[in-house]
Design a protein around this ligand. Sequence first.
Ligand SMILES: [Zn+2]
Length: 356
Amino acid sequence: MTASYRLSDLSDTVAVLGAGFSVAAGLPPVSKLSQEFLNLNDNETRRVITANLRKFWRDVFGYEDGMAKPSFEDHFTLLDLAANVGHNIGPCYTPARLRALRRISIHRVFEILDLHFRESNQISTFLKKLVCGKSALVSLNWDTVVEAHLFRMAVDFSYGIGGRFLDNHEPRRDAFPLIKLHGSANWHYCDSCHTTLFGGQSDGKTTLTHKTFLEANDFRNVLNDGDKVAAELAKNSGTQCPVCRNQKTTARVATFSYAKAFDFFPYHASWDRALTQLRTARRWIFIGYSLPEADFAFKHLLKTAQLASKDPKDVHVIVKDLAESQVVVRYKQFFGCLLQHVSIKGFKDWVRQTLA
Ligand SMILES: [Zn+2]
């Protein structure tokens, strides 16, 4: 295991991206997301969302300002389990209310991610090498950091699943693979014709800008103090499906929880494609990914790919860590002697030292 080394190319490689990768583009790590969760209040919609999330944290986790914030895993596990089984949490939190809270929680995370984005030279350098090497990305992130850079570089990419862009063009089959296992902030879904629709970066067609996760009925009937927001949302005509002209496409993502909702068929295609890419690649590079226990399904996929491969993998881990602490230990426990290179100074430093 070496602290410093060089890679002349990134061919035959799958890079697995976690939230730490997007830190290079200014986005907060997962540990900071919850710190900002209740901070947005600068318009009526944000104020109402914040007030409802704050009340949920107070009622369920006993949270008051200044105290340690609940973990996102706990927050989303409660919401996902309730949404899946249709049970209350206490007398007041009905399934309908919990589903509404889940939707505004996802919208809030997308808001936080969007507010911080800036382009990164290190990400561009890394992607240029990866694209030239005919390699692939497997991302656990919802954000569209990679898409923004690939659009700017004029690189065609494909999510490896059926679907088309909202402007009705289809990704080329041989385009650079960007496989997203938890969904994406720019994925819309048509419940009428079952088409997954991808928003382009240049026209800002994310589910955040289209307010896809905000429903007028949630604000009118379920959430507190939401009448004005409901009236405003009712004017929103929705996002039209270019295939069947359904006026109101929706969206789904898998959250940070232990009860991720993968029973959504575009995910089956994503996960199958990820398995193929991981199985056939010689090198795996994990960037800014902490191998969290909540991602046990992905860990199972990794072991499946590893043990179904002809040759042993060359495993690299790039994380930001002051010492070889919990994250690196998790990788050592999981990969043992396959783990060849660990960089603990973070992605930007790794690009400068190893690729530039
Ligand atoms: Zn449709």
